[in-house]
Design a protein around this ligand. Structure first.
Ligand SMILES: NC(=O)c1ccc[n+]([C@@H]2O[C@H](COP(=O)([O-])OP(=O)(O)OC[C@H]3O[C@@H](n4cnc5c(N)ncnc54)[C@H](O)[C@@H]3O)[C@@H](O)[C@H]2O)c1
Length: 252
């Protein structure tokens, strides 16, 4: 069960944190993984660590918001791995730049950053792999999202949430269009992960943790395990769903 040998998985934004853990866990289950990141050194370090464990990984650095570059890099990685990508994890979602401001302080150049990454980045990568999946009758698209897509929050993430909401809508339609070809598309809407604890003052982390029924932040390897399930043959009947992976938080 949950054996991914013979599959090729592309994980975007996998140079650190959640994406790195998902790539590692997918590789441990037997998938050959393509570790994408904007920063080559991050992608290389994660791919090296996966190979050091004895699993299959290549690094491929490009900006997923660039359509032509996405197509070129995916085709090159597929040639290197000897087959088409049949598992896609659209994880890159935290744009570089100063977009986390109240909407009243944002300008169009800033509000484009998270929308471009979350919507166009996922569209570009999905476009690069969807024909190969449909033509061979098997594929898995996993979209990493956030509870902020469906809940208003006063924490300066309105444009990030706009991008996440938009891509969630796309994935539901993709699932409806491609289910007939053996391709599933699902959304993992994450709650706050443990890497946030390194970026925030402890008192804020404590306040967040107090709202989470399991009493802790999310664990990236657990998210990786959920990806393994969604990517497996055994999850072939599950599509078009949004799974809140947030420790039971009702506030998302
Ligand atoms: N960490 C959390 O608490 C949390 C909560 C909810 C949802 N999420 C979602 O989980 C995903 C991963 O979050 P994270 O905290 O691990 O992010 P992160 O910022 O730690 O890592 C993301 C990686 O994506 C890369 N990246 C950024 N722009 C890119 C681009 N244009 N092309 C390719 N790579 C790019 C970055 O270089 C970085 O290495 C995101 O989609 C995020 O929205 C995270």
């Amino acid at each position: 069960m949950f054996d991914l040998q013979g599959h090729r998985a592309l994980i975007t934004g996998a140079g650190q944190n959640v994406g790195a853990a998902m790539a590692t866990v997918l590789a441990r289950q037997g998938a050959s993984v393509i570790v994408n990141d904007l920063h080559p050194e991050r992608a290389e370090a994660v791919a090296d660590a996966i190979r050091a464990e004895g699993h299959s990984a290549i690094a491929s650095a490009w900006d997923v918001t660039d359509f032509d570059s996405t197509i070129d890099h995916v085709r090159a990685a597929e040639a290197e791995l000897g087959g088409h990508v049949d598992i896609l994890v659209n994880n890159a979602g935290v744009a570089e730049g100063r977009w986390n401001l109240p909407f009243r302080e944002l300008t169009p150049d800033l509000w484009r950053l998270p929308i471009d990454l979350n919507i166009y980045g996922s569209l570009n990568c999905t476009k690069a792999v969807i024909d190969g999946m449909c033509d061979t009758g098997w594929g898995r698209v996993i979209q990493i999202s956030s509870g902020s897509a469906r809940t208003g929050q006063n924490i300066n993430v309105s444009m990030y949430a706009t991008g996440k909401s938009g891509v969630e809508g796309f994935i539901r339609h993709l699932a409806a269009e491609t289910g007939q070809y053996g391709v599933t598309a699902n959304i993992l809407a994450l709650g706050q992960q443990s890497n946030l604890a390194e970026m925030m003052p402890p008192e804020i982390v404590d306040r967040i943790v107090a709202t989470i029924p399991i009493g802790r932040l999310g664990d990236a390897e657990e998210v990786g395990a959920a990806c393994v399930y969604l990517a497996s043959d055994q999850a072939g009947g599950l599509t078009g769903q949004t799974i809140d992976f947030n420790g039971g938080s009702q506030t998302r």
